[in-house]
Design a protein around this ligand. Structure first.
Ligand code: AOF
Ligand code: ZN
Length: 406
């Protein structure tokens, strides 16, 4: 049963994905005698945490009615107290003794005053006697909720669905531990692993349904104030818009271009989207000339000068650190091309790889491979992945993978 309830909390948590960044997705359920009586999840960055949202939903259903009636319940958390005042007339179908309830939460309840008061205190004030926790919080500023609750006599059981709860917050773990953007790399290719015909004919290999998935992902980037990234070759050859289209969106994602080459500055018709449509574009480049930086800034383009490594390629690790720490982009959705994709793999920066496989064979040795740049002699040298999801989307197959840790 513990696994069942925690899995529901995990499912709820997932609904907040991209909206909570750079805070984690967290879910919670309140259980009374093997029945879920209230649920909640962290819906948006800065809003109530999952545990408090779950308690608020319990208040709204009148689950605390008895206690409220006897005036024995009040919360120091203003949001919860507001719910108590607003919904105290609601009567639940049966009387619930809070001490018989347990709370399941995917992440250790926070114990700090951050954007909201500590959840640990709210759980204690609610009178819950058992709390099941998925995994501990690795944010040192917020952790300590489990110890706090134990010190108040609450029974805290940790490690329920531990690995699944960790996987749920794999993005948060990257933000906390590596202080860099979480990288989702998407590539599309034919059955023989080609990006398209050698002529460079820019007709996309993947189908229209796949395009919708890409648009949804770009929208998720916009939701989390994150960016879509392409390498210089893709930028100059395909002139991609990197925007959300054919879909409603409140905002557009930012654009990060990794390129040593820069677009011309001369005014008028430049042909490049960033110069006339988007302000939020950053070029990660090796140009160090401050005068150039100034000139581009006047055109609304930020140039971020990056050190090159011995092989003269831009330091991608540094770019992902800056993307997170300076440009506050929790995610980076990279859409190629082949060289950038290969370099991201080489640097171990690919957190999730998505490959759209389109049902075509080009059979042309001169056509570009979906990853390019390596000289490999044995399978040992290959980058290894684990498939965690496959989906048939329209005419294509989408494969979701994670790199095997070496
Ligand atoms: C969340 N949502 O449901 C839980 C979190 O900046 P604050 O005050 O919102 O606190 C964020 C920290 O609180 C976060 O990094 C994590 O350590 C902890 N728990 N955070 O955003 C939640 N339970
Ligand atoms: Zn909290």
């Amino acid at each position: 049963m513990q696994t069942f309830f925690m899995r529901r909390a995990i499912e709820l948590a997932g609904k907040g994905r991209y909206k909570t960044a750079p805070n984690p997705c967290v879910g919670a359920v309140l259980v009374h005698k093997d029945t879920i009586i209230a649920e909640g999840y962290h819906m948006e960055y800065g809003k109530a945490h999952a545990e408090v949202e779950c308690l608020a939903n319990a208040v709204k259903k009148g689950i605390f009615f008895q206690k409220i009636k006897n005036r024995s319940l009040s919360f120091s958390n203003p949001y919860l107290q507001e719910q108590v005042l607003q919904f105290q007339h609601i009567e639940y179908e049966k009387e619930i003794n809070m001490e018989e309830c347990s709370l399941y939460v995917t992440l250790e309840p926070c114990n700090h005053f951050g954007k909201t008061p500590p959840c640990s205190q709210a759980i204690f004030e609610a009178g819950i006697k058992t709390v099941y926790v998925g995994c501990s919080d690795l944010n040192a500023n917020a952790s300590g909720g489990a110890d706090f609750l134990r010190s108040k006599g609450v029974n805290v059981v940790t490690g329920v669905c531990h690995d699944e709860c960790l996987e749920l917050i794999e993005d948060f773990i990257v933000w906390q531990k590596e202080k860099r953007s979480f990288c989702i790399l998407k590539m599309a290719c034919t059955l023989d692993g080609k990006i398209g015909p050698a002529t460079g004919h820019s007709h996309s290999v993947s189908g229209s349904e796949s395009k919708k998935v890409t648009m949804k992902m770009r929208k998720n980037m916009a939701l989390s104030h994150s960016a879509v990234m392409v390498g210089g070759n893709t930028f100059f050859e395909d002139n991609p818009k990197l925007t959300v289209r054919d879909m409603q969106t409140e905002s557009q994602p930012r654009a990060f271009i990794v390129s040593k080459r820069l677009p011309p500055l001369s005014g008028g018709k430049t042909g490049y989207f960033c110069l006339d449509q988007k302000k939020d574009t950053v070029f990660f480049t090796d140009m160090k000339n401050p005068e150039l930086v100034k000139q581009y800034a006047e055109h609304g383009i930020l140039l971020e000068c990056i050190e090159t490594s011995e092989n003269k390629s831009l330091n991608l690790k540094k770019i992902f650190e800056l993307a997170y720490q300076k440009y506050y982009s929790p995610y980076v959705f990279s859409e190629g091309g082949a060289k950038l994709a290969q370099s991201l793999l080489k640097e171990g920066l690919v957190d999730i790889l998505i490959v759209y496989i389109a049902p075509y064979v080009l059979g042309d040795d001169t056509a570009k491979n979906v990853f390019s740049g390596n000289f490999v002699q044995t399978m040992q040298e290959a980058y290894k992945f684990k498939i965690f999801k496959t989906e048939r989307i329209g005419s294509d197959l989408h494969v979701y993978l994670k790199m095997e840790k070496t």
